[in-house]
Ligand binder design. Sequence first.
Ligand code: GCO
Ligand code: MG
Length: 419
Amino acid sequence: MSTSPSSQAQPAGSTRDREIVDARVIVTCPGRNFVTLRIETRAGVVGLGDATLNGRELAVASYLTDHVVPNLIGRDAGRIEDTWQFFYRGAYWRRGPVTMTAIAAVDMALWDIVAKLAGMPLYQLLGGRSRDGALVYGHASGATIDETSEAVGRFKEQGYLAIRAQSGVPGLKKNYGVTNEKYAYEPAESALPAETVWSTPSYLSSTPRLFERLRRDHGEEIELLHDVHHRLTPIEAARLARDLEPYRLFWLEDPTPAENQAAFEVIRRHSVTPIATGEVFNSIWDCKELIEKQLIDYIRTTLVHAGGITHVRRIADLAALYRVRTGFHGATDLSPVCMGAALHFDTWVPNFGIQEFMRHSPETLAVFPHDYEFRAGRLHCGESPGHGVTIDEELAKKYPYSPKQLPIARLEDGTMWDW
Ligand code: GCO
Ligand code: MG
């Protein structure tokens, strides 16, 4: 599955060699849209950063092309911290997913360049290897509990040690996390959002039955995870977390929306099921209260949506003080560039928990030659300099941008809900 990236290590350069002479955005849709920032230095060293924000891709592409790239030309690619501060403080308008995804792309590309200049894999620059490979979880799903249990069995056969399980909900046609696709679950499939119907009572009664069955069929050893996808109120989330306790989940994800962080206190008061959240967060300020009050166990905020390596490293360090571990978002809408960089981070970060791993389609993997591979339940980043992911631009051109948005959910009476 892994292919060698084409660009090789360059000798460490002078300030002049590190000067950024070109920066441009590549948008491609090999099955789904990806936005990639490509930065090149005078010495010809190229770095890539992922800038994909699912369903809002062109906003980041424009932010980069119109507002960031003109500031990059002529800068020293080695000044990673200063460049981060320049785009964060210098923009005056702080934070938000579009801004922080754009900053992340720049940051990831600069770390890639500097690691290539040093002739080292990126994890080495962060402080070196802390583990042999990153424990990952795959996504098993099915329309019914029977089908979901069979899907979990197939993941076990492939060597997964941790598996997220999502099942269809009785009475509902289609809901988050359940796929009939061959590869990974890919919900952003139409130009305008598909509409789905949601029922909390049905979900709350069927989900504990799903995990009771999974423990019966698959035993105690396998790690099981579940994503609520922000669809419960705080007290409903508390009830689900309590009802799932006997099945000892690795984590329950996004049990309730996190804008109101005190909501997580309600869940904690009722249950010891570990809680993960933060894939939609974009800065350390979104994470601070949940971490400091010890309301979560895993922080999901990942490189592409939260300012890149420079910023997420600060989040991980804050989390470490409270024994909160990382569990990076790794859905297929994050490109292989993000996955490559995330795996170097996972290989180093002392408070690593787990990495989400949805397999990209063969078309996507061909556009992004990458140096990482799955072995025995873990992803292993390679030893090539940088983050190990490149782009085949000729192939990328064959897949032009195609507008796609995520689905929405409404209650049975038509009220807008969280999908
Ligand atoms: C996950 C996520 C994804 C998101 C998707 C949105 O846990 O993997 O919840 O499935 O829905 O990344 O773009
Ligand atoms: Mg999620």
